[in-house]
Design a protein around this ligand. Structure first.
Ligand code: CIR
Length: 253
């Protein structure tokens, strides 16, 4: 899918109250989070993407994690029926903006889904059955999707994409302690150890890969594959404390 726009949302001071199971969640440094967010947006611009800032939301601590709000296809987008009540109002401004670009479809009631569970590959979509996404939503999305959809149980952590990323159309980066690599039969999985698990979420933009800083073993494994022209490392410490990874901070349209 050619990318026209990337939406991001700066943290607001309420970001310190983001939902999180991380042991350091109470030490989120708001100023540092803002700097890290700016570096993220600038990295995307540096790759040549057109970055658009959605308005910060004072009442939505998890507002920067825009990925969770929608799943965007070429011809339409899905409004994710988010499980967490505190996150539901984040959707309005994102969906209003997406609606100017393509129709937005709601899933039937009873469906629960966060965009962070939706891993897109060229020929299929893998969706995590997780704390935030149920099978009913996966079945509903499968009826709308132009390509096959596969449900994948997430046994630890928040979302499917917290534990697995696509490095190319046939290579995945996986933390086996959260998701079973055998469930992706057409892919070769590169496994990383659970202590490096945060680095399972990487952001691929063409031949550039963005990786969280501080994971030299993961960087070395990826470099060995020789899939990327450039690897950019970004410090994500404050977003990690809020259970968010690199992909969570943007929506590609
Ligand atoms: C949450 O718990 O919903 C946020 N604190 C983190 C969301 C991260 N989003 C993502 O992985 N796509």
């Amino acid at each position: 899918m050619p990318v026209a726009k990337v939406f991001v949302r700066k943290p607001s001071p309420s970001f310190r109250m983001a939902l999180s199971g991380h042991p350091d969640k109470n030490s989120i440094d708001f100023d540092l989070a803002c700097k890290q967010h700016l570096a993220y947006a600038e990295a995307l611009e540096g790759i040549g993407l057109s970055v658009e800032y959605l308005p910060p939301l004072d009442d939505c601590p998890d507002g920067p994690f825009v990925e969770d709000v929608s799943v965007v296809f070429d011809a339409f987008a899905i409004a994710c029926p988010m499980t967490e009540l505190s996150r539901q109002s984040e959707a309005v401004s994102v969906l209003e903006r997406i609606k100017t670009m393509r129709p937005v479809i709601e899933l039937p009631s009873g469906c629960k889904m966060d965009g962070g569970d939706v891993l897109r590959t060229e020929k299929s979509i893998f969706i995590g059955v997780s704390k935030r996404t149920n099978r009913q939503a996966i079945e509903a999305l499968a009826k709308l999707s132009p390509i096959p959809v596969h449900a994948v149980p997430v046994t630890k952590g928040l979302h499917l994409k917290s534990a697995v990323s696509c490095l190319s159309e046939d290579v995945l980066l996986v933390d086996r302690s959260c998701v079973d690599p055998e469930l992706f039969p057409k892919f070769r999985s590169i496994e990383i150890s659970p202590e490096d698990g945060y680095a399972a979420n990487v952001l691929r933009v063409g031949d550039v890969l963005i990786l969280p800083a501080g994971y030299p073993k993961v960087r070395a494994i990826i470099q060995k594959e020789d899939l990327f022209r450039k690897i950019i490392e970004l410090d994500m410490s404050e977003f990690e404390k809020a259970d968010g990874g690199l992909t969570c901070l943007s929506i590609f349209i």
